[in-house]
Ligand binder design. Structure first.
Ligand code: ZN
Length: 248
């Protein structure tokens, strides 16, 4: 299998730039915990491969060329010397393998979404405009069994995600998937905003006003995907101006 030719196209270079940009942007938003947490994308034209941020680096340090190219069996195909953290491989690779619609898989321990995951029976209330496109596509995993240390755990999580685009893992944190990286990043931002808003709105025991269920999920998926593309363009444009070393 000649992986070099197929993974050296303009589309793959663009995917590298966007993934590095997504890491840097999420770092600015305070979504990273230590040097943990990972973002991955399926390689354009090679859905059996993924790009993922390297082990041991802050998202703020990630560059297009520092990303790791790996297959779903954990074989590293890039030659920059970087590696993939075990739990990252065990979560991301099985989800890419099981869910072809999950082009992008983003996992964080961002504070407000994770706080909802820590609540007994914690659920995201359908009460905020920004999450109307995914309230009906949130899955909850209540079977916390420590950090994911085997690909079987990732495969189990993929089964819980199914057709959902957000997975809230009890005692752990969220996973967001998307048909594009821009779409997934937009959803990740909206998820954290939504959870923050909910915690603020519920402060003092206040009761939330639920959105009319007939309105939820009515927005067209393509519109959200397009908005995600617009977000990604703005993120790349801003970072190219302010910290262009991510392109290297
Ligand atoms: Zn985690």
């Amino acid at each position: 299998m000649d992986t070099h030719v197929a993974t050296n196209t303009d589309a793959v270079m663009q995917a590298r730039i966007e993934l590095a940009a997504a890491c840097r942007w999420a770092s600015r938003l305070g979504f990273q915990s230590g040097v943990c947490n990972h973002f991955s994308v399926a390689v354009p034209g090679r859905p059996d491969l993924m790009l993922i941020n390297p082990e041991g680096y802050f998202w703020a340090e990630v560059t297009a060329s520092s990303l790791v190219l790996a297959d779903h069996q954990g074989n590293i195909l890039s030659d920059n010397g970087n590696t993939v953290e075990l739990t990252a491989f065990c979560i991301h690779a099985p989800i890419h393998a099981a869910l072809p619609q999950a082009t992008a898989v983003l996992h964080t321990h961002m504070h407000h979404a994770t706080a909802i995951c820590m609540r007994e029976g914690g659920e995201i209330a359908p009460a905020y405009l920004s999450a109307m496109s995914f309230y009906h596509r949130i899955a909850y995993d209540r079977a916390f069994d420590g950090a994911a240390l085997t690909p079987a755990e990732g495969a189990r999580l993929a089964g819980v995600i199914g057709k959902a685009t957000v997975l809230m893992m009890q005692n752990h944190g969220p996973i967001v998937v998307g048909s594009t990286l821009g779409e997934a990043l937009l959803r990740l931002i909206y998820l954290e905003d939504t959870c923050k808003m909910q915690l603020l709105a519920e402060a003092g025991g206040a009761k939330l006003v639920p959105i009319n269920p007939a309105l939820i999920g009515r927005s067209e998926p393509q519109r959200f995907t397009n908005y995600g593309r617009t977000l990604m363009t703005a993120v790349v444009r801003t970072l190219t101006r302010e910290e262009p070393d991510f392109l290297g």
